[in-house]
Design a binder for this molecule. Structure first.
Ligand code: TTP
Ligand code: MG
Length: 401
């Protein structure tokens, strides 16, 4: 058996949103479809492979995609559906290794190095086949998988034979496989760098390796040395497992029991704000908000609400949490000894740029308050509605659930 220093698997679902839509609606199968907004400012999140033949691509204005493929069918985005499938795929991956790094809603690295049953090329190949079959059985969708001795090559591999691909890149084959690929496959070579490289007649990975080293470094600084390493198929980055928490919670036990709904509302808002900030830091979305409420008698209650769609927005989470508290206070009018919020049904958020092209004012408020809190501490910024909290006595104890 060949010995690999590390065994990394990369999985990426094929035409993910479009595949889910075609699975759920037989009338869309085999047809060019665009998943995205149909309005004037609509953008394509992804195109089915049938539409890609016409040049339709992710992030293209829908109007432009329709100009390329006038008979394409535009289908609205159903995030909850895709998030649910993403969770099912993750559950499958968890059977193979605890070391999973989700990269986006449809993509993850799995480190098999420390799992003797799946480490090494032959066993990893068998594991990849099993994963693909399990994904197909569970979701009726196809995934492409790449297996290699590092992350970069595993990711390149998963893309080589899409859709429904399975590719292993042995270390000895890396340079030859990479050589003809466009320089844009190199991590860190974005659109602008690729254009600058093209101006220097560097279009493929082979061109990059053949180019004069000093010239590259003078043009691109330290990035150039890094690109050369990747171009040789060398990558030392490790898989960063995101141990997706089951929940993120904040709760306070009060030094004096509190009955005033306005003060309780302010405390709840602050708790939601802090929990939502952790959620955003961990790049997760919350599907269910739950409250923990304790009466002075120590009798403890919980109230939960499922959100219409998973979110990481403070306002949306609070809009679900406050009615729960309000209703509870109406139903059982008693002071509270403890109030806590728990964000549950957590799923990985996709790249922020993917789903928030419009960058709504609400997102901007969250992003700004997160930055201020990160820089100056969480007490540096508070929503006006939670200011009451500042005049409240210090809580007897404050713990993160
Ligand atoms: P990708 O994996 O990049 O694309 P894909 O799964 O649709 O197609 P492929 O077979 O080439 O992997 O992205 C996963 C999903 O993320 C995609 O289905 C839709 C969404 N997405 C966006 O919303 N905006 C974007 O710009 C991109 C690239 C993807
Ligand atoms: Mg994909």
């Amino acid at each position: 058996m060949t010995c690999w220093p590390r065994t990394i698997l990369h999985l990426d679902m094929d035409a993910f949103y479009a595949a889910v839509e075609q699975r759920d609606n037989p009338a869309l199968r085999g047809k060019p479809i665009l998943v995205g907004g149909s309005g004037r400012r609509g953008v394509v999140t992804t195109a089915s492979y049938e539409a890609r033949v016409f040049g339709c691509r992710s992030a293209m204005p829908t109007g432009q995609a329709l100009a390329l493929c006038p008979h394409a069918i535009v289908v609205p985005v159903r995030m909850e559906k895709y998030a649910a499938e993403s969770r099912r795929v993750r559950t499958i991956l968890e059977r193979f290794s605890p070391d999973i790094e989700p990269i986006s809603i449809d993509e993850a690295f799995v480190d098999l190095t420390n799992v003797p049953a799946h480490a090494g090329p032959e066993r990893a190949l068998a594991a990849a086949k099993e994963i693909k079959q399990a994904v197909r059985d569970t979701t009726s969708l196809t995934a492409s998988i790449g297996v290699a001795a590092n992350k970069f090559l595993a990711k390149v591999a998963s893309d080589l034979h899409k859709p429904d691909g399975l590719t292993v890149i042995p270390p000895g084959d890396a340079e030859a496989i990479l050589a003809p690929l466009p320089v844009s496959v190199i991590w860190g070579v974005g659109k602008v760098a690729a254009q600058r490289l093209a101006a220097l007649n560097i279009r493929t990975v082979a061109d990059l390796l053949a180019a004069d080293r000093a010239m590259l470094e003078s043009q691109f600084g330290s990035a150039a040395a890094h690109w050369r390493e990747l171009a040789r198929g060398r990558d030392v980055r490790s898989v960063h497992p995101s141990r997706v928490n089951k929940s993120i919670g904040k709760e306070h036990t009060f030094s004096t029991d509190i009955a005033d709904p306005i003060r309780l509302r302010a405390i709840l808002l602050e708790e939601v704000e802090q929990a939502a900030r952790s959620l955003r830091e961990d790049r997760l979305l919350c599907g269910c908000v739950s409250l923990k409420l304790r009466h002075p008698s120590f009798k403890t209650y919980s109230r939960a609400r499922t959100l219409p769609a998973p979110t990481d927005s403070t306002d949306e989470l609070f809009a679900a949490a406050w009615p729960l508290l309000n209703q509870f206070l109406t139903d059982s009018p008693s002071p509270l000894r403890l109030l806590g919020v728990s964000l549950q049904s957590l799923t990985p958020a996709d790249e922020p740029t993917l789903f928030a092209p419009a960058d709504s004012p609400r997102d901007r408020v969250d992003a700004l308050t997160d930055r201020i809190a990160a820089r100056f501490g969480r007490h540096a910024i508070q929503r006006a509605a939670s200011m009451d909290r500042a005049v409240m006595r210090r809580p007897r104890s404050s713990e993160d659930a």
